[in-house]
Design a binder for this molecule. Structure first.
Ligand code: DON
Length: 313
């Protein structure tokens, strides 16, 4: 083991210890009943570096609901299917609005601002659904996650999917509204069903950090050497994550952490240090924008100590 690897392991353990001692943890997501039951004190952190070394601490092998982090992977699949035509369906500008906002959709005639707000992710799901049965597409999405993570045990938490399906009135409103502008091709129930299920994929920090490796390494899957996406596409997905990955908290996140990253209301964050590492953190308590509170604090500490911000030291 190199000195640099030992140093990384020390920093990761140190941050996990610091986080477990903090009383300020945010609040778990209440609007999806199944997520409201998750232990607010859980914390996990995993870093996979460019040489494939894994530094892990805390609840790093406990699966949690990846929620909106799944949108990075559906965006990747959609770009593979439609290429730049995707951008006719959805923009790539920060929204400055909450993740489930409906107001912007009216001004912009049903074309969501970016692929990470709920409306945008529903439009992306609709695009990849065309030509498939919902179950077939879900299988494809799960297999993609398994391939990226080198782990066949990844699956969907059906209880979380059912919980959101019963309570997802806001997403149903967004989908209906887009449909009224002719922006969705498939039956709303099908599109929303797939969307709720891909948000309900359960993964641990270890599995998630492994899944993000291709974004840190010019689009390559490091274990097989296969190209997941072209380097230019990996760079662009990272750019959208940096600008839009934390909704109306994206500016603050860039200011404090300085890495492309995507959050989910399950309390996870996937962050990419291009050329250096793929990082996953999990702490279920959220801030006012619906992003993991301690997850952000931990990433701020990590990028500072490792000198990993894309904006320099
Ligand atoms: O559609 C929803 O509201 C959830 N399935 C996902 C939202 C989410 O994760 C927002 N991220 N912080």
């Amino acid at each position: 083991m190199t000195i640099a690897t030992r140093e990384l392991e020390r920093v990761v353990r140190e941050i996990a210890d610091e986080m477990s001692a903090r009383p300020d943890r945010g609040e778990v997501a209440g609007y999806i009943p199944e997520l409201a039951r998750v232990d607010r004190n859980a914390f996990g952190l995993v870093v996979v570096d460019d040489a494939g070394n894994v530094a892990a601490a805390g609840d790093c092998d406990v699966p949690f609901s990846i929620q909106s982090i799944s949108k990075v992977f559906t965006l990747t699949l959609a770009l593979g299917k439609a290429g730049d035509r995707l951008w006719q369906r959805v923009g790539r500008e920060p929204s400055g609005s909450p993740f489930n906002s409906i107001v912007q959709l009216e001004y912009e005639r049903g074309r969501p601002r970016n692929p990470f707000i709920n409306a945008g992710a529903i439009a992306v799901t609709d695009l990849i659904l065309s030509g498939h049965q919902p179950r077939e597409l879900l299988g494809e999405i799960v297999r993609f996650m398994q391939f990226l993570s080198d782990d066949d045990s990844i699956g969907i938490d059906e209880a979380v999917a059912a919980s959101e399906q019963r309570s997802g009135f806001r997403n149903a409103a967004l989908a209906n509204y887009m449909k009224s502008f002719g922006m969705l091709e498939n039956p709303i129930d099908y599109t929303l069903g797939v969307y709720f299920h891909h948000c309900a994929i359960a993964m641990s920090c270890r599995q998630l950090a492994m899944a993000g490796r291709f974004l840190a390494h010019l689009g390559r899957h490091p274990t097989t050497g296969l190209s997941v996406v072209q380097p230019e596409r990996a760079r662009r997905i990272n750019a959208v994550m940096l600008m839009c990955g934390h909704y109306d908290g994206s500016g603050e996140f860039a200011y404090r952490v300085g890495l492309p990253a995507k959050s989910g209301v399950g309390g996870g964050i996937l962050a990419i240090a291009p050329g250096k590492a793929s990082i996953a953190v999990w702490s279920p308590g959220l801030d006012a924008n619906g992003n993991s509170y301690l997850g952000r604090v931990a990433l701020e500490a990590l990028t500072k100590r490792m000198g990993w911000s894309v904006f320099g030291a």
